[in-house]
Design a protein around this ligand. Structure first.
Ligand SMILES: Nc1ncnc2c1ncn2[C@@H]1O[C@H](COP(=O)(O)OP(=O)(O)OP(=O)(O)O)[C@@H](O)[C@H]1O
Ligand SMILES: [Mg+2]
Length: 459
C-alpha cells in the first residue's frame, strides 16, 4: 500500500468520515477483511461474511492497529462510511493503480488459475518486485485486497481473476485494467450459475481479453478451441502457447520421472531451455507454458523462464500436496476443490506417482454440475476403474453414489461412506505401508480434514 490519508481514501471511494479525529492520518499498510489479519497502519474493511459480520469486529481491528474501518455504518471507532464496502474497496484499488503503474497481469480459466499464478509469480519475482494474489483471492473482494498490497516499488501485479457469471471479469478488469491477459482453459466448472455450456463459459471468460489495450498482450491456450476463439475478441497482440505446433511458446520432448514430475524443453521465440517441474501430473505442462507465455510477453528469455519454472515449488495447500508418511504411505491431498477436469488430472497424476504401488482413492462429489451431475460422477467412477485404482472410498450420499456404482460395476473394491469422520476411520484402517492414497472433492465436502488426518497419522 502506498501511504494515503483518510481524507484521500474517503475521496477515492466516496465515503463520509465518522468518529475520525484526524482526516490527515496516514494509512500505510494493506487492507484486511479479517480483523485477525490487520497490521498496524492498515485499513479494516467490514464486510458481512457467511458466519460473521465484520462490523462486529471493528473495535478489535482498530485495537490491532487499523487506522480506520471502511464500513456500511458508523461503528464507534474511526470509520469511513460508504453504501457498499465491496464497491468502495474496488474504487480505492482503482485509485491506487492510478498512482502507481505496475504491469497488471490478469489470469483466468476454469482450472489451474492458482497453480499457474504461483508458478508465474515465482518466475517473475526473480527479476522484479512482484505482488501476486494470495491463496485464491480472485473475486470482487480478494482482487482489491491484492491490489492494495502493491506499492511504488511493485513492477508486476499478478491477479487471479475468477468468473462465476457474465460481467464478473468486466467488473474486475475495471478495477485493475490489465496490460497482459492470460486465459488458461474453458471447462465445465460453475455450469450451474453461468449457463449451460462451454460457449457460455467462454463468453464470460473472454471478457478478460476484451479489456486489453491494443499495445497489450493476450496469452491464449492453443490447445483449447474455446480459448483460441477469443483471439477475435481482442485488439491486443496475441501469443499462443500450448502443445500444439502452432503455439509459439510450447513444450517439446515432454517426459515424466518416477515421481510423476514432468520435464520438457521450453521453446519460446527467444530460443529454448530445459525445464524440470517439481509439481506432479502431466497437466502441469500446460500451466507452466501459460506462465512461460506471460513471462515471454514481459521480455524474459527462454533460459530465465526455464530456470524460474524449475526452481518453483508448490505454494498453495490442497492442490496435489504430497506427504510421505514414515510408514511408507504417500498421501496426495487434492481436496481443495474439484470439477471434472481437475478430478481427471488429479487421478491420473496420483496413478502416475503410484506406479505399481497399491492405490486408494477417497472421493467426494463435484459441485455445480447442473443436470449432467450424475453422469459426470459416474464417469469419474469409470475412470477410477480404467486407471486401475485398487480401492475406492466414496464420501457422501447423492452424487458420490453414482461414482461408487460405476466403479463397482467395473470391478473396483468400493466402500461408500456417509461422512468425513467415517471416511477417515475407514481409510486409516485400510491403508497399508507402501500405499498411495488420493483425496479429492469439491470444497463443500470438507475432505481437506480427511487428507490432513491421513497425512498426520502414524507420525
Ligand atoms: N491445467 C489443469 N488441468 C486440470 N486440472 C488442473 C490444472 N491445473 C490445476 N489443476 C487441478 O485443479 C484443482 C484446482 O487447482 P487451482 O487451485 O490451481 O485452480 P483454480 O482455477 O485456482 O481454482 P478456483 O476456481 O477454485 O480458484 C487442483 O486439484 C489442481 O490439481
Ligand atoms: Mg484459485
Amino acid at each position: 500500500m502506498i501511504p494515503m490519508t483518510l481524507d484521500e481514501i474517503a475521496r477515492a471511494c466516496g465515503a463520509s468520515p465518522h468518529d475520525v479525529p484526524d482526516p490527515g492520518a496516514l494509512v500505510t499498510a494493506p487492507a484486511a477483511v479479517d480483523s485477525r489479519e490487520v497490521t498496524p497502519g492498515g485499513l479494516f474493511a467490514a464486510t458481512a461474511g457467511a458466519r460473521t459480520d465484520g462490523h462486529d469486529h471493528a473495535a478489535a481491528a482498530v485495537a490491532a492497529g487499523a487506522v480506520a474501518v471502511l464500513a456500511a455504518r458508523p461503528v464507534g471507532v474511526p470509520a469511513l462510511v460508504v453504501a457498499d464496502v465491496r464497491l468502495a474497496l474496488g474504487l480505492l484499488a482503482r485509485e491506487l493503480l492510478r498512482r502507481i503503474s505496475p504491469t497488471v497481469i490478469g489470469l483466468t480459466g476454469s482450472v489451474g488459475k492458482t497453480t499457474t499464478k504461483d508458478l508465474l509469480a515465482q518466475v517473475l519475482e526473480r527479476h522484479a518486485a512482484t505482488v501476486a494474489t494470495d491463496r485464491s483471492y480472485n473475486n470482487e473482494l480478494g482482487l482489491p485486497l491484492t491490489v492494495l498490497r502493491a506499492d511504488a516499488a511493485t513492477r508486476h501485479l499478478v491477479l487471479e481473476m475468477g468468473a462465476s457469471r457474465k460481467g464478473d471479469l468486466t467488473y474486475l478488469t475495471g478495477i485493475a485494467p490489465p496490460q497482459v491477459g492470460l486465459v488458461l482453459n474453458v471447462g465445465t466448472a460453475h455450469l450451474e450459475r453461468m449457463g449451460t455450456g462451454r460457449a457460455d463459459v467462454a463468453e464470460a471468460k473472454g471478457e478478460l481479453v476484451e479489456a486489453l489495450p491494443a499495445d497489450g498482450y493476450a496469452l491464449l491456450n492453443a490447445d483449447d478451441p474455446y480459448v483460441l476463439g477469443m483471439a477475435a475478441r481482442t485488439e491486443a497482440q496475441i501469443l499462443l502457447y500450448g502443445r500444439s505446433p502452432r503455439a509459439r511458446v510450447r513444450a517439446e520432448r515432454v517426459r515424466m520421472d518416477e515421481r510423476a514430475r514432468t520435464a520438457f524443453e521450453l521453446v519460446t521465440p527467444s530460443g529454448h531451455a530445459p525445464v524440470a517441474l517439481d509439481l506432479i501430473g502431466e497437466h502441469q505442462v500446460s500451466n507452466a507454458l501459460a506462465a512461460a507465455a506471460v513471462a515471454t510477453a514481459l521480455g524474459l528469455d527462454a533460459a530465465e523462464i526455464a530456470d524460474g519454472l524449475t526452481a518453483a515449488r508448490r505454494r498453495s495447500a490442497g492442490r496435489l500436496q504430497i506427504t510421505e508418511r514414515p510408514d511408507g504411505v504417500t498421501v496426495v491431498d487434492d481436496a481443495y476443490n474439484a470439477n471434472p477436469e481437475s478430478m481427471r488430472a488429479g487421478l491420473r497424476a496420483a496413478k502416475a506417482l503410484a506406479g505399481v504401488r497399491r492405490t486408494v482413492a477417497v472421493l467426494g462429489g463435484m459441485g455445480q454440475q447442473a443436470d449432467a451431475s450424475r453422469a459426470r460422477h459416474a464417469e469419474v467412477g469409470r475412470l477410477v476403474a480404467g486407471l486401475r485404482f485398487d480401492v475406492l472410498i466414496t464420501v457422501g450420499t447423492g452424487d458420490p453414489l453414482a461414482t461408487a456404482e460405476a466403479a463397482r460395476s467395473s470391478g473396483v473394491a468400493v466402500h461408500a461412506v456417509e461422512d468425513v469422520t467415517e471416511a477417515i476411520e475407514l481409510a486409516t484402517a485400510l491403508l497399508e505401508p507402501g500405499d498411495v492414497v488420493f483425496v479429492k472433492a469439491s470444497s463443500e465436502y470438507g475432505l481437506g480434514a480427511c487428507a490432513r488426518a491421513l497425512a498426520t497419522a502414524n507420525q
